[in-house]
Design a protein around this ligand. Structure first.
Ligand code: SAM
Length: 280
């Protein structure tokens, strides 16, 4: 018998894919965690029924959350990741030789443990001596930090449940305080094609513009995330991602990536008219 799973994204739409078998199912203190083997995307991790990571295309999201801000900063040394328990973002941050230390603050230890069982290619990087894993709520952790990080990446779930606080102005203000004076914050910012998420994107943009001198939204296609188009917002105290020096740095890393390159970097900041109007 064929088994098909539909992840509902709004009352009238979703993503449907064929599941071969369920390998793991557990409820942590914060969310349900499922690992399924699929016909087309390999192993998939779902949190509360929503796709987080697929073997086949995880590189797109993880490279696109991490690399545009990492290359925009001329020498990122101290990096903080909030969320990101599967360690896909962490793995891509560690590619950079300038990075001396990465702290990852994930609320749910079970996510990292289960990722270690099914996605060892992502979690292997936790052995790197530059890594500190902290299991705590990112909102709590950030309250006690000041002038410390070159780069903060918010690799969160959707703005419901444990991640709700990661989409609030107060949290972005804590991030601003925890950054060095030339630091960069980059958030995953949901899909602009989902009506219910537009207000989240607009509010985040408004909040970030109120706190940072420069805010650069950018986009990438991701076939397994809601509506196939994903947004990020990079808030910068000083550096502009559209800069020939950034391009030279990207070229110097050759073919370290599966998705990201200099042309993708330059193109991802181009905004369709409907999004420009949305963000006015
Ligand atoms: N790529 C993903 C996406 O957008 O679908 C995000 C992946 S990552 C697994 C998201 C992580 O954020 C989850 O492991 C979740 O436990 C964590 N998280 C949610 N709320 C958090 C909070 N308040 N503090 C720290 N981590 C949080």
């Amino acid at each position: 018998m064929e088994l098909w799973f539909t992840e509902k994204h709004s009352p009238g739409r979703g993503l449907t894919y064929q599941v071969k078998q369920t390998l793991y199912q557990e409820r942590s203190q914060f969310q349900t965690i499922d690992i399924v083997e699929t016909e087309d995307f390999g192993l998939v991790m779902l949190l509360d029924g929503v796709i987080m990571v697929t073997e086949k295309d995880e590189f797109v999201y993880h490279e696109m959350l991490s690399q545009p801000p990492l290359f925009t900063h001329p020498a990122p040394r101290e990096v903080l990741i909030i969320g990101g328990g599967d360690c896909g973002t962490l793995k891509r941050v560690l590619i950079h030789k300038t990075v001396e230390h990465v702290t990852q603050v994930e609320i749910d230890e079970m996510v990292t443990r289960v990722a270690g069982m099914y996605f060892p290619l992502l979690t292997d990087c936790t052995k790197d001596p530059r890594v500190d894993l902290v299991f705590d709520d990112g909102t709590h952790y950030l309250r006690n930090n000041q002038d410390r990080f070159d780069l903060i990446l918010i690799d969160s779930t959707d703005p419901v449940g444990p991640a709700e606080g990661l989409f609030q102005r107060d949290f972005y203000a804590d991030c601003q305080r925890a950054l060095k004076e030339d630091g960069i914050l980059c958030i995953q910012s949901e899909s602009p094609y989902i009506d219910a998420l537009r207000e989240v994107i607009v509010q985040a943009n408004r909040d970030l513009r109120g706190l940072f001198p420069f805010v650069f939204p950018y986009l990438t296609p991701i076939q397994t995330y809601q509506a196939g188009l994903w947004m990020f917002q990079m808030a910068s105290n000083r550096y502009n991602p559209i800069n020939p020096e950034v391009g030279k740095r990207i070229d110097s890393m050759g073919s370290a990536f599966q998705f990201y390159n200099r042309a993708i970097h330059d193109a991802c900041f181009a905004m369709p008219e409907f999004i420009k109007r949305m963000l006015v």
